[in-house]
Design a protein. Sequence first.
Length: 171
Amino acid sequence: MEKAGYGPNNRLKLKVATRNIPPYRDPAVILIDQLKQIYIDAELDAVDTTQWFPKVRRRDYSIGLNLTGNGIDDPDQSFFENYACGSESNWDGYCNPEMDKLFERQSMEIDQEKRKQLVWDIERRLAEDVARPVLYHNRSGTCWAPYVKGYVPMVNSIYNGMRWEAVWLDK
């Protein structure tokens, strides 16, 4: 920032746009606080939900904080949906055909360890390209009481397989 002419006496002023609901606002406030450390004074631009996605589609923001949910624990969904050239959910328009080939390559890799290494390499390159910086990862979990019988948690996601027909209380 100092090479660009910013510092303690010349701070960059901008807005961080996000949806006006807590899961979006809270990380935006954390981001705004972090930006202060690099001479950026950001203001929260809390956007009504009905206006948020049109604003994102128009790219009408300096910094737009958005959440991306993954339904499964597999990199394919994230890579192809968020970073692939031409994807409708690639909000910021990142496009690198070489990366698209790497997405395909890791997706087809049957050796788990080789695939993990490819995924880490892709993650590193996306970070270096500042494709869509990830600020944090949320963690979720599933809990149940021992007297709940017949419930089988999914191994790849907490969001699928919620079939309650075979579940009963043994109490």
